[in-house]
Design a binder for this molecule. Structure first.
Ligand code: KG4
Ligand code: ZN
Length: 338
């Protein structure tokens, strides 16, 4: 079974991606085409523009993934595609292409939940077994999962408002820093004093595993407005200190809740994935929490933490091995909780 080879297709947000992966955890190719500058003038991902760009680029991404893997469609054992959750136009573009390939070649078709793709990535990259606790933290998601099997996820808690990546992006926009905001805020924060501004840690001391980031974002923006009102603008120092304070607060919130989760739901591994897991301060804080709890910390390489199709191919292989596949009636789902 280790020689099964799957094509994966991902188009649920603003990355168009295709990859070829084996059941033996080999990533033969992983192609990701971003759409960064297409949305630059709009301050966020525009669904119609994203869908059109996916439709234009998906074919090429698949071709490139096959060429890089040195395989033709005839050599594959199946096609896995993100069937949701996500921006519906993009998901539909991917699902249509996957159905076309399946219909044209007779290959099995497997629809994959994008979140399951993220959640199973530590298995692909590090070969860890079940169960593990997972923090999925990106521009669109923020949740703690207990992963018991490839189709068995328990959601332990999550954000009740914004995702942290979204908050990083918003803060960066309002401070005049480039998008995506996470890396810009992190770079500014490196020069800043995290203690200068008193920013809240919402819900941190409350029981349970839910998190909130919108109050923190609003508090940071109020500090910015107060500075602008008092001095007529922001100094370089102010920007750096605000970014450092904000990043420290997000880090405290995620690490604090992660510690609570591990205490209540012991597991041998704490894993992270999602774009925000690229942040050094946050990653280090989570690693410290894992060490203190005596559990292994697994953080996949950045290219596999953010949106990609290798995770979709991998999750598709797991569904297929469990005897599950879809037919041509597979539909794209904008919402699809795990
Ligand atoms: O997982 P991802 O590529 O896409 C989804 O949201 O699904 O995550 C992108 C998010 C963006 O909001 C971006 O600002 C954030 O991850 N991000 C970061 C960092 N790098 C990316 N946030 C904080 N620190 C970073 N270094
Ligand atoms: Zn994602």
């Amino acid at each position: 079974m280790d020689d099964l080879v799957f094509l994966g297709i991902e188009s649920s947000c603003d990355d168009t991606a295709a990859a070829v992966v084996t059941a033996g955890r080999q990533i033969l190719s992983s192609v990701v085409a971003g759409q960064g500058n297409l949305h630059a003038d709009f301050g966020g991902v525009v669904p119609e523009i994203a869908a059109r760009a996916h439709a234009e680029k998906l074919d090429l991404c698949v071709e490139e993934a096959l060429t890089k893997a040195g395989l033709t469609l005839a050599r594959l054992d199946g096609v896995a595609v993100t069937a949701g959750p996500g921006l519906i136009g993009g998901v539909m573009a991917g699902v249509m292409l996957a159905k076309g390939i399946a219909a044209g070649t007779g290959l099995p078709l497997v629809g994959v939940n994008h979140l399951a793709g993220h959640a199973l990535t530590p298995q692909l990259t590090d070969g860890i077994g079940f169960p593990y606790v997972m923090l999925l933290v990106s521009g669109g998601h923020c949740q703690f999962l207990r992963v018991e099997g490839s189709d068995y996820f328990t959601r332990l808690g999550g954000t009740i408002d914004d995702a942290p990546g979204e908050a990083f992006d918003k803060l960066a926009r309002l401070l005049g820093l480039p998008q995506p905001g996470g890396p810009s805020v992190e770079a500014e924060a490196a020069q800043g004093d995290a203690a200068r501004f008193d920013l809240p840690r919402p819900l941190l001391d409350r029981p349970g595993f839910d998190m909130s980031f919108s109050g923190l974002k609003t508090a940071a923006l109020r500090q910015r407005d107060a500075l602008v009102a008092a001095q007529g603008g922001l100094y370089e120092r102010d920007r750096a200190d605000l970014c450092a304070g904000f990043q420290a607060a997000v880090s405290d919130l995620l690490a604090g809740k992660a510690a609570r989760v591990l205490a209540a739901h012991p597991a041998p591994v704490l894993a992270v994935a999602g774009g925000v897991a690229a942040n050094r301060t946050i990653r280090d804080a989570l690693e410290t929490v894992a060490q203190q709890a005596g559990v292994r910390f697994v953080a996949p390489p950045l290219a596999l933490c953010t949106d990609n199709a290798a995770m979709i191919a991998w999750a598709g292989i797991q569904r297929f091995r469990a005897g599950q596949q879809d037919d041509l009636s597979l539909i794209a789902r904008p919402r699809w909780p795990l």
